[in-house]
Design a protein around this ligand. Structure first.
Ligand code: PGA
Length: 251
């Protein structure tokens, strides 16, 4: 039985003035002991957030594949650890779109993150055009094949399926479509890492809210959610954590 994980991705939101929101979300997380909750924040907030988040892990949204060097503007795994981060997202579709990152880049970043003892949330997901062309399943399989790092196991790696067209749009796939992709992702993991696949959590991401969290989180092979817009305040994120806690309580 995999524990549910509710991960927040603040993207390029959050100033020090929002640290109070981190405190409130950490309190909501502490009130849901059967569920794992974390927040992936802008680099500039990580150290201050770690200081106020108690037991709730604080992560980043990207990491460079090199340990150090001449890479202007980039952040290494060692730097993330140095300021207290315990995880990072890699391969998010906004980085694939805006920074032209590939699945190979995601692989290299995940590999670097592990080298520094960081947990990893590895993202995959098709575009709307790819879904319309009937290629969603193939795209997700291919992304996993190219980005899954060596030694992948649930101890340090989580997969997130995030259809790009569902991110920040208020649109979500049907529960059947989510279940179908998650089943394919699980089969792909099993093909690649054998029994270790059973321990790897697969999150759904894309317009998860307090209103749809419970049905999405109850869908087969959905082990949690990666939440963007609705993770910024406890008013929005709290109900998603509570939905995960309710499902965990029902067992
Ligand atoms: P959203 O973003 O919840 O705002 O759709 C999810 C994500 O990009 O991780």
């Amino acid at each position: 039985m995999r524990r549910k994980l509710v991960a927040g991705n603040w993207k390029m939101h959050g100033l020090k003035a929002q640290l109070g929101d981190v405190v409130e979300i950490a309190a909501a997380a502490a009130a849901a002991p059967r569920v794992d909750v974390n927040l992936c924040l802008p680099f500039t907030l990580i150290e201050a957030a770690v200081a106020v988040a108690g037991a709730m892990p604080i992560g980043a949204q990207d990491v460079h594949e090199a340990d150090k060097g001449a890479h202007t503007g980039c952040i290494s795994g060692a730097m993330l650890r140095d300021c207290g981060a315990s995880l990072t997202i890699v391969g998010h579709s906004e980085r694939r779109a805006d920074q032209h990152e590939t699945s190979h880049d995601a692989w290299a970043k995940a590999t670097a993150a592990r080298r520094h003892g960081l947990q990893v949330i590895l993202c995959c997901g098709e575009t709307e055009a790819e879904r319309d062309a009937g290629r969603a399943e193939r795209i997700v399989q291919s992304q996993i094949e190219k980005s899954l790092p060596e030694g992948a196991s649930g101890d340090w790696l989580t997969l997130a399926y995030e259809p790009r067209w569902a991110i920040g749009t208020g649109k979500t796939p049907t529960l059947d479509d989510i279940a179908a992709i998650h089943a394919i992702a699980r089969a792909k993991l099993r093909h690649m890492v054998g029994d270790a696949a059973d321990g790897i959590r697969i999150l759904y991401g894309g317009s998860v809210t307090g209103a749809n969290a419970e049905t999405i989180l109850a869908t087969e092979n959905v082990d949690g959610a990666l939440v963007g817009g609705a993770s910024l305040t406890v008013e929005k994120f709290g109900p998603i954590i509570a939905a995960a806690a309710e499902i965990a309580r029902r067992g």
